[in-house]
Design a protein around this ligand. Structure first.
Ligand code: C2E
Ligand code: MG
Ligand code: MG
Ligand code: MG
Length: 286
């Protein structure tokens, strides 16, 4: 029938599967040399006060400058780094590099760093964070660690213990990609997050012409705000989306509308320009 024929057409043929596996193995091998070779770089994206546009901090986002393939984005290699066990040394480099960079910024600005579930399986996670804070001399409350729901779902004992210890130090914990997970909402009660980041998939629907999509997205934002934590909207690209977020009382906004992820040097330049103008806090252009 047409139906079964249609399905069959999407099956991987063996040579393709072989090529795919080969490409993955190559990428994995390349990644082992990349850290030592200085091919990784952190970019920083501002998050701002929704009402005023004042910058509140920056999220560190990993970039890989591959010698032959050019720029590779984390969606492609983080899962491989997790499988290959490389996320632990890579994650340590990310934590130390981002904290050292944040130490150069005005002290009211926060640094947000993404953590993979696999990093929680290492006993070194908390000591590495403590050491990264001590050697960069940034105050613990300036550090925000972003975790997704999957982190909370797995290995809960160890994860909860680590998150609890970090929170006791004064580090803030943010729930990333809110609304995209599969578990029940009860995990929101099981761990006291400081911040909730509403996923970009909902934020983009805030400007949808489809009434049902718009209403669902607005309800997700409203729900997050009602929890009484700092709510951040991810991936804001338009004025229309921003206006809805202001209406809903969403405290923080992040997205291309205010600024793309940029190299550390560009951030430093932007902050210097702001200081010259005498801004008490740097303000994004939009
Ligand atoms: P995330 O933490 O949810 O980061 C937000 C992603 O949305 C980033 O993609 C960012 O560049 C992108 N983004 C921000 N504003 C906009 C916008 O207005 N429009 C659109 N279309 N996109 C926007 P990126 O940098 O490719 O990172 C993807 C994911 O990879 C991150 O999602 C995070 O889960 C992971 N990741 C990135 N850096 C790290 C890292 O250092 N460590 C770990 N463990 N994961 C990381
Ligand atoms: Mg994030
Ligand atoms: Mg996110
Ligand atoms: Mg994400």
């Amino acid at each position: 029938s047409a139906k079964s024929g249609g399905r069959g057409a999407f099956r991987f043929f063996e040579p393709e599967l072989d090529q795919l596996m080969h490409a993955r193995r190559n990428l994995e091998r390349d990644m082992r040399d990349a850290l030592a070779g200085g091919e990784f770089e952190l970019h920083y994206q501002p998050f701002v006060n929704t009402a005023t546009g004042e910058i509140r901090g920056f999220e560190a986002l990993l970039r890989w400058h591959h010698p032959r393939r050019g720029l590779v984005l984390p969606g492609e290699f983080i899962p491989l780094a997790e499988e290959a066990g490389l996320i632990v040394p890579l994650g340590e480099w990310i934590l130390r590099t981002a904290c050292a960079e944040a130490a150069k910024w005005p002290a009211h600005l926060k640094i947000a760093i993404n953590l993979s579930p696999a990093q929680f399986r290492s006993k070194e996670l908390v000591p590495v964070i403590v050491d990264a804070l001590a050697s960069s001399e940034i105050a613990p409350h300036r550090l925000e660690l972003e975790v997704t729901e999957t982190v909370i779902m797995h290995d809960s004992e160890a994860v909860f213990a680590a998150l609890g210890q970090l929170r006791e130090l004064g580090v803030r914990i943010a729930l990333d990609d809110f609304g995209t997970g599969y578990s029940s909402l009860s995990f929101l009660q099981r761990f006291p997050f400081d911040k909730i980041k509403v996923d970009r998939s909902f934020v983009s629907e805030l400007s949808s012409a489809r009434a049902d999509a718009h209403h669902l997205a607005r309800a997700v934002v409203r729900f997050a705000v009602s929890l009484g934590k700092t709510t951040t909207a991810e991936g804001v690209e338009t004025k229309e989306q921003l206006d809805v977020l202001r209406e809903e009382g969403c405290v923080e906004t992040q997205g291309y509308y205010f600024g793309r992820p940029m190299p550390a040097s560009a951030i430093a330049k932007m902050l210097r320009r702001g200081a010259k103008r005498g801004d008490k806090a740097a303000v994004c252009a939009a």
